[in-house]
Design a protein around this ligand. Structure first.
Ligand code: ARG
Length: 478
């Protein structure tokens, strides 16, 4: 830890290190210092704390609450603290509780009592709400972008599989053939909704709480609109009490993260299944798998498993936040300091999960033959046989019954629907003709599903064209 050069204290300078030490006669118990401090984790808010302080100082200067000279000196002092922290030279002090008091105290150390003017018309209550909102703006933008990159990987992979047939499942039982590319684009849609949720959440994050003071506003002639403009906020919080008590925006963010993880977890589950010997649909690249310390033959899908597992952590963060807030009277309560770790952990976990997941997905090997063999089980096109009969005029419910009997007949003899002879079919219903065997093929099954959003290759190719255009446009705009 670096020691710091002290400037000369003024007559009224705080007698303890604590900016709030005035009314206290006893030093804080060491355990209390440790118990109440958030600096071990909230130090990472420093770029936001400083950006917020710079904007606040500029506003104090602009409104004449500080002189131009004082403003310049304070901002210069803040900038040098930013550099000091970034370089790793800053000595954080636990007895200064949090990032806000660590920075303020250092500012006073460096530029003298003038540093104490920065906190005019401000409280840590509106300050911490501001910092968290600034932090979340960046995190939301980053996660939004990572989702987009994962979507680009999905589109790239789906493009290679516009003709790859796999079994589609319900109840994890083979249901109807689908294109692998179509299956992948189901995840595209989920991640699209995740992005929309983040965008929506951003709107409520991007509201300026600063200027609420501790809870009641301030007597000083501040200009909140000026600060909002400086910091890129779209709006100014209307109610000072709400501004310091509200953590809805953090809960919404955690909820959006929880849903992203839920989607990644379902995808992970499929990758785990698909990479098993039982399915054999894909192989993971060695770079994205791990081995067993005892069983030399093993290659385990740990990235997918951990993503599934980490989903629980993120749900935990959401639950923590909801629970912390549920019993709090207005306005600020120290309980709210417990918001930081869950928010940071949710953001970090989602960030890493999306990054590693995209890398893993990009490098999977798809076993087209195994997918096709699994789909070609003799019965997966049973619905197509029923639809064939519907096209010949039979009501669907009757067709379902007839096909059910055909399934019974064939499976009893260890055959599939395409092995049932025309004579056998005709005994079930005279509506069946030679053309039935074409209707039973996998290609016919997927090819006919041209209803909007269906799995037909023509649909998939069209959708991919549109998505590629969108992605290319966004990439060029970035
Ligand atoms: N470290 C505190 C937090 O994270 C900052 C606000 C403290 N305000 C207070 N009045 N003690 O919530």
């Amino acid at each position: 830890m670096k020691t710091t050069k002290k400037s000369k204290p003024s007559k009224n300078a705080p007698k303890s290190a604590k900016p709030w030490g005035g009314r206290f006669t006893e030093a804080t118990n060491q355990l209390v210092d440790e118990y109440t401090a958030s600096i071990p984790y909230d130090w990472r808010l420093y770029p936001y704390d400083i950006a917020g302080s710079v904007a606040h100082a500029e506003m104090l200067g602009k409104t004449g609450i500080l002189t131009k000279k004082e403003t310049v000196l304070i901002i210069r002092g803040l900038e040098s603290i930013r550099k000091e922290i970034a370089s790793g030279d800053f000595a954080f002090r636990i007895e200064l509780e949090d990032i806000h008091m660590n920075i303020e105290s250092r500012l006073i150390e460096n530029i003298g009592p003038l540093g104490g003017k920065l906190h005019t018309a401000r409280s840590r209550n509106d300050q911490v709400a501001l910092d968290l909102r600034l932090y979340l703006r960046d995190e939301i933008a980053e996660i939004h972008w990572l989702l987009r990159q994962l979507q680009a990987v999905l589109v790239g992979l789906a493009e290679k599989h516009t003709g790859t047939v796999m079994p589609g499942y319900t109840h994890l039982q083979r249901a109807q053939p689908v294109l692998f590319g179509h299956h992948l684009l189901a995840y595209y849609e989920m991640f699209d909704r995740d992005r929309a949720r983040l965008e929506d959440c951003f709107g409520r994050v991007n509201v300026l709480p600063l200027g609420a003071g501790a809870l009641a506003g301030t007597v000083h002639p501040i200009d909140r609109t000026f600060v909002a403009r400086k910091l890129g906020f779209d709006a100014v919080a209307e109610n000072s009490i709400d501004a310091v008590s509200d953590r809805d925006f953090a809960i919404e963010f955690a909820a959006a993260c929880a849903q992203i993880m839920m989607h990644l977890s379902r995808f992970s589950e499929e990758l785990v299944l698909w990479s098993s010997a039982e399915f054999g649909f894909i192989s993971l690249s060695d770079a994205y798998a791990t081995g067993s310390s005892i069983m030399p033959q093993k290659k385990n899908p740990d990235v997918a498993e951990l993503t599934r597992g980490k989903t629980g952590r993120v749900y935990g963060s959401l639950l923590s936040l909801l629970t912390v807030m549920k019993g709090l009277p207005l306005a600020y309560n120290r309980d709210m300091q417990e918001d930081k770790e869950p928010v940071f952990d949710a953001a970090d976990t989602v960030n890493r999960a999306l990054t590693v997941f995209a890398g893993m997905l990009q490098r999977i090997t798809v076993h087209v033959g195994a997918m096709r063999r699994a789909a070609d089980d003799g019965f997966i096109t049973a619905t197509d046989l029923a639809d064939y009969l519907v096209r010949k005029g039979m009501p669907f419910r009757e067709a379902h019954e007839v096909v059910g009997r055909a399934v019974l007949l064939a499976s009893g003899a260890g055959r599939g629907l395409h092995d049932v002879t025309l004579d056998e079919y005709r005994k079930l219903t005279p509506l069946i003709g030679h053309d039935v065997y074409d209707a039973l093929s996998l290609e016919a099954s997927v090819g006919r599903r041209t209803s909007y959003g269906g799995t037909a290759p023509t649909n998939l190719k069209k959708r991919l064209q549109a998505l590629k255009k969108q992605i290319a446009k966004e990439l060029s705009a970035r």
